[in-house]
Design a protein around this ligand. Structure first.
Ligand SMILES: [Zn+2]
Length: 283
């Protein structure tokens, strides 16, 4: 599932293509994705100028002239293509282009932007830009991990009374927005915190280190994604690898990458989902 860095990479890839462009033609091929698309969806997009591209958590926010924002969530397998090139190489395999193209937008400059989603867990909506914070999908979200409101003190306050394992707490979008299974495992390893530890029992200095590791992990992933964007315009061009080498995610049985640790990465299951960690250096 695309997490914050993948969505941010998509946002950056779309920015030069869509900013200030008019959505000249909109080809909507289905009435629904995960849920029904908004009423008169294609008609409401057509002819609108894009004022800017934003992101909140894992939601892509395309601002439109006239005061509405086009909200997109990529779900499990959604992806966006410019021309024929993919934006971002997600960790999980996605479908062949063409087969599951559900919304295709052509700008006044002739670029096409395609939303492709094999499993159709994606979400799209149109919502008043002024009232965006009240949208049901955005209203309950915690702080943006790369924003000013997120730091060790904020995270410590959010975790203080939590009796859940820290892995589960970090997946809770009310505590911090945008993290998923991959980057939670990565940030916990980077900070030396065990995914099993109860969220409220972690000492303040270690929460500070964890908050820093979350920020660093996301920034590194975004930097890796950004490097994949350079050539997206080349015809039929596959982008460079988005997936950089994860420290522990999907590395069950590999030696722990922490210098001098000597431990082994293990996979455990927490709340039905895989966690990868090293019991030697994560306490
Ligand atoms: Zn280790």
């Amino acid at each position: 599932m695309p997490e914050l860095p993948e969505v941010e990479t998509v946002r950056r890839g779309l920015e030069p293509v869509l900013t200030d462009r008019i959505l000249a033609h909109v080809d909507q091929r289905r009435p629904d994705l995960r849920w029904p698309l908004p009423e008169r969806f294609a008609g409401r997009l057509t002819g609108r100028r894009v004022t800017g591209l934003g992101r909140r958590s894992k939601y892509l926010l395309i601002g439109l002239e006239g005061g509405e924002t086009w909200i997109i969530h990529l779900g499990m397998s959604g992806r966006i293509l410019v021309g024929k090139a993919k934006i971002g190489e997600f960790h999980h395999p996605t479908s062949t282009p063409g087969k599951h193209d559900h919304v295709i937008v052509t700008t006044d400059r002739g670029d096409t932007v395609t939303y492709n989603d094999a499993r159709r867990f994606g979400v799209m909506d149109l919502w008043s830009t002024a009232d965006l914070a009240s949208h049901k999908l955005l209203a309950g979200l915690g702080p943006e991990p790369l924003g000013n409101a997120f730091n060790g003190a904020a995270l410590a306050a959010a975790l203080a009374d939590k009796r859940a394992p820290i892995k589960a707490a970090l997946l809770d979008q009310r505590i911090v927005a945008g993290l998923g299974n991959i980057y939670v495992s990565e940030a916990l390893h980077r900070s030396g915190v065990s995914p099993r530890r109860l969220a409220g029992s972690i000492s303040r200095p270690r929460v500070e280190r964890l908050a820093g590791a979350i920020v660093a992990t996301l920034n590194d992933a975004i930097a890796a994604g950004g490097s994949s964007l350079r050539d997206y315009r080349q015809a039929d061009g596959e982008l460079g690898y988005f997936q950089h080498s994860f420290r522990v995610y999907d590395r069950d049985g590999d030696p722990c990458p922490t210098k001098g640790c000597g431990g082994t990465v293990h996979r455990i299951v927490q709340s039905g989902r895989s966690t990868f960690y090293c019991a030697e250096c994560q306490r």
